[in-house]
Design a protein around this ligand. Structure first.
Ligand code: PRP
Ligand code: URA
Length: 242
C-alpha cells in the first residue's frame, strides 16, 4: 500500500535510524526563492494525511485543517519585517528582542479562504480582514470575480492573502490583481495556502516575481478537471457542506 505519486522520504523522530522510520510522500521541491514550504515533519505529514483521507468526516476535517492553518500562519508571520526592541524583565535585566513593524491585514478568497480567518485571528488579535469573492467555473476552471470589500487603508498594510487551495493559480492571480489595483505592491503580499500545484506556483512566480508564498505542501500536479492530485478534493465542500 505504498504511495503512487510524489517524492517519498523517511519521516520520523530523529532518534530513529533512517531504516526505522516509515516512508511517506513529501512535498515536491520548487526552485523559487519566494516560495516557502513548511518543514515536512511527522506532525505535518500526519495532519495532511487526515485531511487528504476521503473517509475523514467533516468535524475531523475542520479540526485537522485548523491545526495546519495555525502552522502556516505562524510561519507566514516570520516573513513580516521586524525591528530591534529591548525590554526590561521583572528581575531588572534587559532582553534584546524584536517587535513587528508595520500594519497588516488578512484578505480571504471566498468561500474556502474564509476557513483560514480564525487561524489568523488566533495569532493576530483584532486583525482587519477583507474579502474577495472569486469562484472557479466548474467546467472551465476559469475564475470569476463577484465581489470585494477591503480595508480603506489597505495600500499601507502588509496583506496576508488566504486560500487553502492553489491549483491553476487563476483565482489567486485574480485576487492579487484586485489588491494591486488598490495600491498594494506585490512585495507586501504574502499568499498562504495549504496545498499548491507546481503549475500554480510557476504561473504565479512568472506573473508576480516579488510576491511571497507560504504553503504546507506542493503536490504532484493537476488532473483533467484542474483538481490538485493527490490533493484532498474540494476544500470548501469538505469544510462547509459535506
Ligand atoms: C477553490 C479554491 C481556490 C480555487 C483554486 O475555490 O478555494 O479559490 O478553487 O483553484 P485555481 O487555483 O485553479 O483558481 P472555488 O472557486 O472552487 O470556490 P469555493 O471556495 O467556494 O470552494
Ligand atoms: N479547489 C479545490 O478545493 N480543490 C482543488 O483540488 C482545486 C480547486
Amino acid at each position: 500500500n505504498r504511495p503512487d505519486v510524489g517524492p517519498t522520504q523517511c519521516v520520523g523522530p530523529d532518534y530513529r535510524s533512517e531504516s526505522q522510520k516509515p516512508i511517506a510522500t513529501v512535498s515536491t521541491e520548487v526552485n523559487y526563492e519566494t516560495v516557502t514550504i513548511l518543514p515536512q515533519t511527522p506532525q505535518l505529514i500526519a495532519l495532511l494525511t487526515k485531511i487528504r483521507d476521503r473517509n475523514t468526516e467533516r468535524a475531523d476535517f475542520i479540526f485537522y485543517s485548523n491545526r495546519i492553518i495555525r502552522l502556516l500562519v505562524e510561519e507566514g508571520l516570520n516573513h513580516l519585517p521586524v525591528v530591534e526592541h529591548t525590554v526590561t524583565t521583572p528581575v531588572g535585566r534587559n532582553y534584546a528582542g524584536l517587535l513587528f513593524q508595520g500594519k497588516i491585514c488578512g484578505v480571504s478568497i471566498m468561500r474556502a479562504g474564509e476557513a483560514m480567518e480564525q487561524g489568523l485571528r488566533d495569532c493576530c488579535r483584532s486583525v482587519r480582514i477583507g474579502k474577495i469573492l472569486i469562484q472557479r467555473d466548474e467546467e472551465t476552471a476559469q475564475p470569476k470575480l463577484f465581489y470585494d470589500k477591503l480595508p480603506e487603508d489597505i495600500a499601507d498594510r502588509w496583506v496576508l492573502l488566504l486560500d487553502p487551495m492553489f491549483a491553476t493559480g487563476g483565482s489567486a492571480i485574480m485576487a492579487v490583481e484586485v489588491l494591486k489595483s488598490r495600491g498594494v505592491p506585490e512585495e507586501r503580499i504574502l499568499f498562504i495556502n495549504l496545498i499548491a500545484s507546481p503549475e500554480g506556483i510557476a504561473n504565479f512566480a512568472t506573473k508576480f516575481p516579488k510576491l511571497r508564498v507560504v504553503t504546507a505542501f506542493v503536490d504532484q500536479g493537476l488532473d483533467s478537471k484542474n483538481y490538485i492530485v493527490p490533493g484532498l478534493g474540494d476544500f470548501g465542500d469538505r469544510f462547509y457542506t459535506m
